[in-house]
Design a protein around this ligand. Structure first.
Ligand SMILES: Nc1ncnc2c1ncn2[C@@H]1O[C@H](COP(=O)(O)OP(=O)(O)O)[C@@H](O)[C@H]1O
Ligand SMILES: [Mg+2]
Length: 199
């Protein structure tokens, strides 16, 4: 096993079966990512990027092969176990942001934390506030998504992904947006620096 290994995929395949068609979206791939690494995956449309992200993010399961996340074998887990690990270990930023329109900025960022057991209301509040701080959005916490610019919505989506202090931050189809790239790396870096400072 690699030192500091966070994501270890080996011989990973994903096949989609439809009535007459078998599509090999991923064919025996290998990928190792360490803690703290920043990795961009690019390739032509249809080459399997979204499929790979769904597998890494535990939204879907592979057809064969192995996936170890932070040393734990997660390839064979059922959907509720995957949901629990996903909530603790994975932060997602989607291209369309997927913020909930009826909830304020604060509530959107807080939502994934409400599914965590063992996190007090006070700890939750601190995490929401610090995540909004990382993306420079504390002054907008009572706004609704529709009252924000696209860039501000993106910052809230990043805060929501980081508030749970995930080990893995996944951004879907955002690499082509240089502003987002910068926001993601600076927010992730300030988050990691604060964590190392013992907060
Ligand atoms: N739910 C699905 N059912 C059948 N085929 C799928 C499904 N999702 C993706 N595929 C196929 O898998 C391949 C990879 O798709 P995808 O991961 O979305 O590519 P990318 O994100 O790189 O554009 C494509 O050939 C696509 O048609
Ligand atoms: Mg895609």
């Amino acid at each position: 096993m690699m030192q500091d290994a966070l994501i270890e995929l080996s011989n990973l395949s994903k096949v989609f079966y439809t009535e007459e068609l078998e599509t090999w979206a991923l064919n025996e791939i290998h990928l190792d990512i360490r803690r703290g690494e920043y990795v961009a995956i690019s390739g032509p449309s249809g080459c399997g990027k979204s499929t790979l992200l769904s597998l890494i993010g535990l939204l879907d399961t592979c057809t064969s092969g192995s996936y170890r996340l932070a040393g734990q074998d997660v390839a064979g887990l059922g959907s509720s176990e995957r949901a629990g690990i996903r909530n603790r270990e994975i932060g997602f930023v989607f291209q369309a942001f997927n913020l909930i329109g009826e909830m304020t900025v604060y509530e959107n960022v807080e939502l994934p934390l409400t599914y965590r057991s063992g996190l007090s209301g006070r700890a939750r509040r601190r995490r929401v506030e610090e995540a909004l701080d990382w993306v420079d959005m504390p002054h907008r916490s009572r706004h609704f998504p529709a009252q924000l610019s696209g860039g501000q919505q993106q910052r809230v989506a990043i805060a929501r992904a980081l508030a749970g202090r995930p080990s893995v931050l996944l951004a879907h189809d955002l690499y082509s947006d240089p502003r987002c790239r910068k926001r993601l790396s600076s927010a992730a870096t300030s988050g990691a620096a604060r964590r190392q400072g013992g907060r």
